[in-house]
Write a protein that binds this ligand. Structure first.
Ligand SMILES: [Zn+2]
Length: 136
């Protein structure tokens, strides 16, 4: 029997640029043209100042491990234990993701450890941004 696949996000008009980016190997964030703040998740206005003048830009893909929880129960598409992590991106916003190429243990998952994005294609429309320990 094939493994049940993980639940995937559905692109919306507001998030399409993000999924177009991951498919092309780019992590795209938005930045307010008014106050300069970078933000995520995608939305058509700045949550800080309310400006609707916002731009999409390519992020570095660098970040650090902000926090995480380790799940021990099986969920479709995941083999426990696995960590659900919050990554502090270098540009400022935080993003929920998974940490790959790393043991899913508190010993291996050190807070503030440097991470870098990797892209994992799920299907023709969705490529997920995941993070692995930065390789220098
Ligand atoms: Zn703003």
């Amino acid at each position: 029997m094939p493994e049940p696949s993980r639940a995937l996000p559905q692109p919306t008009p507001e998030t399409q640029h993000f999924w177009d980016g991951t498919r092309e190997g780019e992590l795209r964030l938005q930045r307010c043209d008014g106050c300069g703040k970078a933000y995520f998740p995608p939305r058509p206005f700045c949550a800080s100042c309310g400006s609707r003048k916002v731009s999409v830009f390519k992020a570095s893909g660098k970040g650090t491990l902000w926090s995480y929880v380790i799940h021990h129960r099986p969920v479709a598409g995941f083999t426990p234990p696995y960590a659900i992590a919050v990554v502090q991106l270098a540009e400022g916003p935080r993003m929920m993701s998974n940490i790959v190429e790393c043991a899913q243990t508190p010993e291996a998952l050190q807070l503030d450890m440097p991470l870098e994005v990797v892209f994992e294609k799920q299907n023709d429309s969705i490529t997920l941004p995941l993070f692995r320990p930065a390789k220098g």
